[in-house]
Design a binder for this molecule. Structure first.
Ligand code: ZN
Length: 235
């Protein structure tokens, strides 16, 4: 009698269902989507930090410009006192001159500082522009992955329904005792309980049956099992 080949069809469907279930879990777990979101968020965070740095440079720059203006005004006031003619005392004039020199020296220092700030700002702005492009790309990749995941989830769901209907139809045509054994074995055998025997080789464990065993399997009236992995053999 041997084992009906319908069992192999059932096994093929169950293997397909297992694969679809795993894919469904992966899609629902949003593995790829979470990874894409993580990357996009990282790029956005980096962009945010660079923008904060630009703001700081702007504030520092504005403060320095304000100081430079103020020092320029003070120096001009002192110079007008120096040349205005109202002060004639040589010592006082000397002290005003000293003050003018001091103010101009401080202004020159501030101008150097401002230059450094502007250079750094330019560098950070360039990096921010790159980060912005990267963030935009990654965000659109997230949308793409999300769209794909939704579509794939729908098609996986539909295929699962079809396959399960097919399975129920096939299962009803299989001997209950055989079906029970098949169901018991499947979880123990990584989902594969029924395999073909081809040229005396079990397609589950790929061991070659001994000639005595092969002969016995071929003659058996009951359920044939592999002597090595105990899977159900279909001749
Ligand atoms: Zn085997």
């Amino acid at each position: 009698m041997g084992t009906p080949s319908g069992l192999l069809d059932l096994q093929a469907i169950d293997t397909a269902i297992d694969r679809l279930d795993a894919r469904k879990r992966a899609l629902e777990g949003e593995g790829e989507l979470a990874a894409a979101r993580g990357q996009a968020e990282l790029a956005e965070r980096e962009l945010g930090e660079l923008r904060l740095a630009i703001d700081t440079f702007d504030r520092d720059g504005a403060k320095l410009e304000h100081e430079i203006d103020s020092l320029t005004r003070k120096a001009a006031d002192e110079e007008s006192r120096l040349y205005g003619g109202a002060v004639a005392n040589a010592r006082e004039l000397g002290s005003i001159q000293h003050e003018v020199d001091n103010l101009k020296k401080r202004r020159s220092e501030r101008e150097d500082e401002l230059l450094v700030v502007l250079e750094r700002r330019e560098d950070v702005e360039r990096r921010a522009k790159e980060a912005e492009e990267r963030a935009t790309e990654l965000r659109s990749a997230v949308d793409h992955v999300a769209g794909n995941a939704t579509r794939e989830l729908e098609s996986v769901g539909a295929e699962l329904v079809t396959r399960r209907e097919e399975r129920a139809r096939l299962a009803s045509g299989i001997d209950p005792e055989l079906f029970e054994l098949y169901e018991d074995l499947r979880p123990q055998k990584k989902g594969v309980a029924a395999v073909a025997l081809i040229d005396g080789v079990c397609q589950g464990c790929h061991e070659k049956l001994s000639s005595v065993e092969l002969d016995r399997v071929k003659r058996t009236e009951g359920i044939a099992r592999c002597e090595y992995c105990r899977r159900i053999l279909v001749l």
